[in-house]
Design a protein around this ligand. Structure first.
Ligand SMILES: NC(=O)c1ccc[n+]([C@@H]2O[C@H](COP(=O)([O-])OP(=O)(O)OC[C@H]3O[C@@H](n4cnc5c(N)ncnc54)[C@H](O)[C@@H]3O)[C@@H](O)[C@H]2O)c1
Length: 134
């Protein structure tokens, strides 16, 4: 079972990744993060050393439909957990474009991109679940 986490280098996402890898042994985690001012690779220090191939990282923007389309067709994810966000309220007031880009456009890209395994040719598989956090 592979789970896609977006914004996994932020506060909530990095703790979520650590928790799942530690407590749900069959799970594999893919982290997609644009590494904005809020993202910090150091939040996941030691994860590769501890969990090896169960964790992988891609630097990408969730609002980039081509990148998300490629990723979602390369791997079949059991679930998408969307933590990628402009989470600082003050910044979203001063710079609403960034908020709209990630929280609105990015979320809609994730919702609109059909995950692998949902094409009509793969009718025997159930549709992966999606969760979003706002
Ligand atoms: N921090 C809290 O206490 C809290 C509580 C409840 C809900 N939440 C929600 O959880 C989510 C994450 O919060 P957080 O505190 O971890 O935020 P954060 O600012 O610490 O992390 C956000 C992450 O998203 C990444 N990101 C931003 N734009 C991106 C894009 N376009 N594409 C890919 N990655 C992008 C950043 O690089 C960063 O790593 C938000 O939706 C927030 O509202 C947070």
């Amino acid at each position: 079972m592979r789970i896609l986490v977006t914004g996994g280098c932020g506060f909530i996402g990095s703790n979520f990744i650590r928790y799942i890898l530690q407590h749900y042994k069959p799970a594999y985690m893919t982290n997609v993060d644009a590494l904005t001012y809020a993202g910090n690779l150091a939040n996941l220090d030691g994860v590769v050393e501890e969990h090896g191939e169960r964790y992988e990282f891609f630097q990408a923007d969730i609002a980039n439909a081509d990148q998300m389309d490629t990723l979602l067709h390369e791997e079949q994810f059991y679930a998408i957990i969307n933590f990628a966000a402009e989470s600082h309220v003050d910044r979203s007031i001063n710079s609403p474009q960034n908020f709209i880009h990630t929280n609105v456009v990015g979320t809609s890209v994730l919702l609109q991109t059909p995950p692998a395994g949902t094409a009509s040719s793969v009718s025997s598989r159930s549709r992966p679940m999606k969760f979003t956090v706002r």
